[in-house]
Write a new protein. Structure first.
Length: 134
């Protein structure tokens, strides 16, 4: 008969806790997804580069450059990525969540510069998957 050390479950719990708080998933890569808007759908290619630069093709006529960072919320499993793009008149924030196949866009919001409110932009098909390439 195996005796379980009284501290054993506690130690296992601590290990599980510390490993889930580590920010160790690799976000860098190329992702492709489809955004279905009220005026039609767009095939979007999102590139997250190693220096926290983001490139997006397909949502607008040109390639737009922005920044990305891993989500930092205290006491929250950090499996999210926030990607933001600044334009002359407005700013877009994409909140993405890590899944096995890539990233899910959980919220897309935009803000007109000079106004403080970030408004969520309505997608016809919610929470689209951006599938990781390679």
């Amino acid at each position: 008969e195996m005796r379980v050390h009284p501290l054993h479950p506690l130690i296992l719990g601590v290990i599980a806790l510390t490993s889930s708080c580590r920010n160790d998933f690799v976000a860098e890569g190329i992702y492709r997804g489809k955004l279905v808007m009220s005026d039609g759908s767009k095939n979007v290619k999102l590139e997250l580069l190693a220096n926290n630069t983001a490139l997006m093709r397909g949502l607008f006529d040109c390639v737009v450059k922005g920044t990305w960072e891993k989500e930092t919320i205290v006491g929250y499993r950090k499996d999210g990525v926030w990607v933001s793009f600044d334009f002359p008149k407005f700013r877009i924030l994409m909140k993405m969540k890590k899944v096995e196949e890539g990233l899910i866009l959980s919220d897309l919001s935009g803000r007109i510069n000079g106004r403080t409110i970030l408004r969520s932009l309505k997608l016809k098909e919610e929470k689209p998957l951006f599938r990781r390439e390679g």
